[in-house]
Design a protein. Structure first.
Length: 99
């Protein structure tokens, strides 16, 4: 089965007084996840706005990624997949037929 989807990410950045804020919105078509990120320029550092943009944007997208992973974890658990036991187990797996 072939399946093709397109998810869109919208990223807004704003900077004021050495603080850059980012808001990332992932639109899957059926839900939207919103993440936030902030970067602050140390007063002793040279102010390079691009660095603040990159840090704030990456933190906002990391926030969205964490939300997406938690949603996937909940959905896997709901269908019987979940963390395996033991230090050498895979992080997630379908239950064994015997187990």
């Amino acid at each position: 089965m072939t399946r093709t989807l397109e998810w869109n990410v919208h990223l807004d950045l704003s900077e004021e007084n050495g603080t850059t804020k980012a808001e990332a919105v992932l639109d899957t078509g059926s839900e939207k996840l919103m993440g936030h990120g902030v970067a602050r320029c140390n007063p002793q550092d040279v102010d390079v706005p691009t660095i603040g943009d990159e840090l704030a944007a990456s933190r906002a997208m990391k926030d969205v990624a964490g939300q997406l992973m938690r949603a996937a974890d909940r959905e896997m658990e709901a269908v019987g997949a979940g963390p395996t036991k033991g230090p050498l187990g895979k992080p997630y797996a379908w239950p064994d037929a015997a187990g």
